[in-house]
Design a protein around this ligand. Structure first.
Ligand code: ADP
Ligand code: ZN
Length: 754
């Protein structure tokens, strides 16, 4: 009889012992009954006798239950993944069972035996396949000649024929083909019996053998400029060992080209590559750039996939059937047995940090993974976070700078427009309207950034001054005119737009402040001769809307683009020569010490979206604080200078990255109970050397969904010490929280105080 330690997905900080007739490999999924519920757990320990289990983990052997079923023939999680997950659980103080579950795709979290993964494949019909041999030009055969009247179908047939001619592969995955041809075309050729579709069982293999070494001899690269060459040769010289590289390169400096050239070297070593990108950056354009460079199937993982689609990519990666995986945050959990390099593009992006449950940072986890595997990791951005910059400046990361735009384009200078005492039209100052007009009349495009969705951030009664609040959050609700609704941007509660004040009944309600909807209306009024397009999460619903809109912008169907954060990420607009940034002064006065850093990143990223060689751009920032030292530094000296100075200030103030923080949050309908829990934690930490606490204080989002939110900030100059201290208090703390029935969470290396 074997005793198995099972990581069960429950919020308890321990594993559970079960029995089974014979030993089970670690990393295999099993079905167990837990509190009378069937759950999927993962075997993380297996011994033959209770004497091999440490006393404190033994529990009562008489209560060990047999597991209900073994779900996998082979481990779904490798030994090295399990050890990384143990690290993850302890670093982020999160229950191992939940961490292990996070690492599995949804489809494997259900109590079902793993089925062979089936993928749809396409091949030439058997008769065509028989004559599609090297030396024989199949395009000259009758069925192909007939096809020439339908050039797209002909191209598709040639594509499949060319890829399957050498005989190493006799079929292509349908996904691979769909990246180049539409489903309608594929179906047309299936109907004509030129192609046949079938299902293949995914087995372990080697993606490299499918394409062959010869394939890589024909990959065309751009001739790298001097700065790019330094980075490429520096990284290439250190493959097969752990090192972390930071590429600090202005937007358009050719970072992606550097990634592509070093990835090429890794692929040629028959290894796999993982690329993480921010959610919104994952457009078809990004993926197609990698695909067209290497001509191999790229596994794509993002939040829009179904469970089955996700599982297929996960299994293809695990079985070494694909060489490249590109994905957003959770793609870090893709098992890649031959992983040779990790790239984190736009490493500053907040979307890499999970903000609920297991609050991990994908960048930090990636660095740990690279270290364990002994492989390089490359972080790239125009605006490194101060944590990364600090490590680069102190030699922990190797640092490359790309300061020239590839192809001689220049960076847009930033100008401040003072809006104090100015008559504003829809939030726009006369000087702003002038520069917009001048760029538009030269046939160029203008991009406006505003941080607020909706029509107006508040509706106020002009008679009694009452503001329509969200009852659950005590915050003004945003008026969305198109849907005629009030929406709480914090908890997403909705109500219909009011016609009368809910307190005094007066019917004169006025809106305060400006959101994207109102600005759109204003721009249509102010610039009726130009087409304005709004790009925010309300207007960009649907899978392809964003990429279609961006294409329309690049085809100059619109002249004025206005939008939110979405515009700051990844996309490049060659015809935009004027960028206007509105309404960001709030960040200058925020209680969050990271607000200036985030603001500087935002301004730099947005201004980087514009211009190209023959059409340099310029950025205008409307502000009531033109003399503010942060803005002055950024405008005059750029992000790099600003960031180095900001680091100096952080050091003076003993803030991260010079100290390590963690925050405990507590939420409850009773503010007293929430603070009582945090006081308890604070009490546990008193008189500990080199550990300091701040709080309990309200979180920056003080109330959400009727719960009052408080936090205790814990900091230490030593990362290890912080870890040790958390290890010692966490169980008592969790117990006390249970007793008080207060909701709580722990956020190690928090990136905000919300
Ligand atoms: P980044 O990732 O830093 O924003 P990209 O790699 O996307 O920059 O490069 C910006 C543009 O410059 C792209 O159109 C790219 O094709 C081009 N480019 C990059 N490197 C070179 C080079 N060495 N020579 C010519 N063009 C280049
Ligand atoms: Zn609310």
């Amino acid at each position: 009889m074997a005793i198995l330690a099972i990581a069960v997905p429950v919020p308890l900080r321990k594993t559970f012992n079960y029995t089974y007739a014979q030993p089970v490999e670690l990393g295999v999924r099993v079905q167990v009954s837990f509190a009378n519920r069937p759950l999927v757990g993962v075997v993380v320990g297996c011994v033959n006798s209770i004497d091999e289990i440490p006393l404190e983990q033994q529990g009562d052997p008489n209560k060990y239950k047999p597991i209900d079923a073994v779900l996998d023939d082979t481990p779904m999680l490798s030994q090295s993944w399990l050890s990384l997950l143990h690290w993850l659980a302890s670093y982020y103080q999160h229950p191992l069972g939940e961490v292990v579950q996070t690492a599995l795709p949804n489809a494997l979290r259900k109590p079902q035996s793993s089925q062979p993964t089936l993928i749809n494949v396409l091949a030439l019909s058997p008769t065509l396949q028989a004559i599609n041999v090297p030396g024989n030009d199949i395009t000259q055969t009758v069925p192909f000649i007939h096809l020439k009247r339908a050039p797209k179908q002909f191209a598709l047939a040639c594509f499949v024929a060319a890829k399957t001619q050498s005989g190493t592969v006799d079929s292509l995955t349908k996904d691979e083909v769909k990246q180049h041809f539409s489903s309608a075309l594929i179906n047309a050729l299936i109907k004509k019996e030129i192609l046949i579709e079938s299902q293949h069982q995914l087995t372990s293999g080697c993606w490299f053998d499918r394409v062959g070494a010869e394939h890589f001899a024909h990959i065309a690269e751009l001739p790298a400029n001097v700065e790019q060459s330094v980075a490429i040769s520096g990284i290439s010289a250190q493959l097969n060992q752990f090192s972390c590289f930071l590429i600090e390169g202005i937007t358009g400096s050719g970072k992606t080209e550097v990634y592509l050239q070093v990835i090429n070297k890794v692929l040629q070593q028959r290894q796999q590559v993982l690329i993480l990108v921010p959610e919104i950056g994952l457009t078809p354009q990004t993926v197609s750039r990698f695909e067209s460079r290497f001509g191999i199937t790229v596994g794509v993982l993002h939040s829009g996939l179904t469970d089955t689609e996700r599982l297929v990519v996960w299994q293809q990666a695990r079985l070494n059937q694909i060489g490249i995986v590109i994905g957003t945050r959770s793609a870090i959990f893709t098992p890649l047995p031959e992983l040779g390099m990790i790239i984190i593009d736009e490493e500053h992006d907040d979307s890499f940090k999970q903000q609920d449950g297991l609050r991990y940072h994908a960048r930090d986890l990636a660095i740990m993974l690279a270290q364990k595997q002994g492989i390089p990791i490359v972080l790239g951005t125009a605006t490194p976070v101060l944590e990364s910059l600090h490590r680069a400046l102190t030699g922990k990361f190797q640092h490359f700078k790309l300061e020239q735009r590839a192809g001689n384009a220049t960076v847009a200078p930033v100008h401040l427009i003072d809006i104090c005492q100015q008559p504003l039209h829809y939030g726009l100052a006369p000087a702003t309207l002038d520069v917009m007009q001048s760029h538009l009349s030269q046939g160029n495009q203008v991009l406006l950034f505003i941080n607020r969705r909706g029509f107006a951030p508040a509706v106020v009664c002009s008679s009694c001054g009452h503001v329509e609040d969200c009852h659950a959050c005590d915050k003004p609700m945003t008026y969305h005119k198109t849907q005629s609704r009030m929406v709480c941007h914090q908890c997403l509660a909705q109500a219909s737009a009011p016609h009368h004040c809910s307190v005094c009944g007066a019917s004169e309600l006025i809106t305060q402040g400006i959101g994207t909807e109102q600005l759109e209306q204003g721009l249509n009024e102010l610039f009726p001769q130009y087409s304005t397009i709004r790009i925010d999460s309300d207007s960009m619903r649907g899978k392809h809307t964003l990429s279609q809109t961006i294409e329309a912008v690049n085809q100059r169907k619109h002249q004025i683009l206005l939008g939110t954060q979405i515009l700051a990420k990844g996309h490049h607009f060659a015809h935009v020569t004027c960028v206007v940034i509105m309404d960001v002064d709030g960040a200058l006065f925020s209680a969050d010490f990271r607000a200036p850093e985030k603001l500087a990143q935002l301004i730099t990223q947005i201004s980087g979206r514009a211009g190209r060689a023959d059409k340099p751009g310029e950025t205008f920032l409307q502000t009531t604080q033109p003399g503010h030292p942060l803005l002055q530094d950024l405008v005059n000296n750029g992000y790099g200078h600003f960031a180095r100075f900001a680091l100096h200030e952080r050091e003076q103030a003993a803030l991260p990255p010079f100290t390590y923080q963690v925050i405990l949050r507590a939420e409850d309908e009773s503010p007293q109970r929430a603070t009582q829990l945090l006081q308890f934690a604070r009490h546990l930490l008193t008189n500990m050397q080199n550990i300091s606490t701040i709080g309990p204080v309200p979180c920056l989002i003080e109330k959400k969904q009727t719960r009052h939110r408080y936090m205790l900030i814990i900091q230490s100059p030593y990362r290890n010490l912080r870890q040790k201290v958390l290890d010692t208090i966490i169980d008592d703390y969790a117990k006390y929280a249970n007793k008080l029935r207060v909701r709580w969470s722990i956020d190690v290396d928090n990136i905000d105080f919300n």
